[in-house]
Design a protein around this ligand. Structure first.
Ligand code: SF4
Length: 376
């Protein structure tokens, strides 16, 4: 990386860059529901949803969420179960749990108003430097630069930054550039314009340099046949793969579901009981023993329902679902996790991870039970 990157644009060029970007944004910005008002609560919800989730996937969730929880007070006073249900299918459920905890604190400590300074807003669960800067600049007009993945990409290309942006030195330089370029007094628009440019023009694989409003200032365009080689990517680590077996245990019209502990992966969501199967162990044998050991019930494993693959951030999973018959015993989880017998058609009232939703859908298709209503 060129250490002088920050100084490469003089004041005149920097102003021209800002003007070009802001003019382009004024004409080309997408009409997104959270952009229609500068309501701090709406900005906060949208920014949390947009972490790790694409705009087109977020839109319907955002619309439903804002109807269901229109203010921090509605959100903070709702049961966590309702918030998880509204989030169901979007993944990364820690975001929903943190939102809920933060909303409770906004109500309890800030009179229902989102704080408008960095120290107090950053103290809320789930609000890191990026989200704090986004809310402060977009909703409150504060001169805070926002650096998300889109902005990292745009800046890496604009200034031909060749170091891996995940390194702390490279990241510091990128943050410095973002601060230097920021259009003070119009920080909200400028930040959104940078992110919009990265999302719609300076895209990861095929940047549309011919349509780019800031191409005259772009070093990568001048120096590289293909600017998409920047930013340098980290070599992907191979993710571990787990085989999970889960039992849809029937007792007359009902099936057994177990709630995951509130903290940790998929915390607070419901699933069918089961677990990770060790290599070489037969899944049916594992399931029958697991139900006995973890729940204290005897079951008969009847037949396989579906095999589903699912990718998480740090591992991949093959989920093998089995239809099982309850024989005897009282279902009490050894770790105290909540257990419930519910009618198959009522499963839609509970929040399940996406892989288990797919298992329920596969089971319904196999006529294991009527298709439950209420999945996202
Ligand atoms: S000219 Fe191309 S590489 Fe440079 S910022 Fe614009 S879209 Fe990205």
């Amino acid at each position: 990386m060129d250490a002088n990157a920050v100084n490469r644009l003089d004041a005149h060029q920097t102003n021209a860059f800002r003007r070009a970007l802001l003019d382009w944004y004024g004409e080309n910005r997408r009409d997104l529901p959270w952009r229609r008002a500068r309501d701090p609560y709406a900005v906060w919800i949208s920014e949390i949803m947009l972490q790790q989730t694409r705009v087109d996937q977020v839109r319907p969730y955002y619309d439903r969420f804002m109807v269901r929880f229109p203010t921090a007070e509605h959100l903070g006073k709702a049961p966590l179960e309702d918030v998880l249900k509204a989030w169901e299918g979007m993944g990364y459920y820690a975001r929903a749990r943190n939102l809920h905890r933060a909303a409770q604190r906004v109500v309890g400590e800030h009179g229902g108003q989102i704080p408008d300074d960095a120290a107090r807003i950053s103290d809320l669960p789930g609000i890191g430097p990026y989200t704090a800067a986004a809310i402060l600049s977009i909703a409150f007009g504060r001169d805070c630069p926002v650096v998300d993945g889109n902005v990292v990409r745009v800046l890496s290309r604009l200034f031909h930054l060749t170091d891996n942006p995940a390194s702390s030195a490279a990241r510091k330089r990128i943050d410095g550039l973002a601060g230097r370029l920021l259009a003070r007094g119009r920080a909200g628009d400028f930040n959104q314009a940078m992110m919009e440019l990265g999302a719609t023009v300076c895209t990861p694989r095929q940047p549309r340099c011919g349509d780019c409003p800031v191409s005259p200032y772009c070093e990568a365009r001048k120096m590289l046949p293909d600017p998409s080689v920047l930013p340098r990517k980290r070599p992907r680590k191979q993710r571990p793969h787990h085989h999970v077996a889960a039992g849809i245990i029937r007792r007359k019209e009902e099936v057994l579901i177990v709630r995951r502990p509130t903290d940790g992966l998929l915390g607070g969501l419901w699933e069918f009981p089961g677990g990770v199967v060790s290599k070489g162990v037969e899944e049916e044998t594992f399931l029958a023993e697991e139900m006995k050991n973890s729940l204290g019930i005897d079951v008969r494993v009847d037949h396989a329902v579906a095999t589903l693959r699912h990718a998480f951030t740090h591992f991949e999973m093959t989920l093998q679902g089995y239809s099982c018959s309850y024989l005897e015993g009282v279902a009490l989880h050894r770790d105290g996790n909540e257990c419930r017998w519910v009618r198959f058609e009522d499963l839609g009232r509970f929040a399940f991870p996406r892989a288990y939703q797919r298992l329920i859908e596969a089971a319904a298709e196999r006529n294991e039970g009527p298709r439950p209503a209420g999945f996202a």
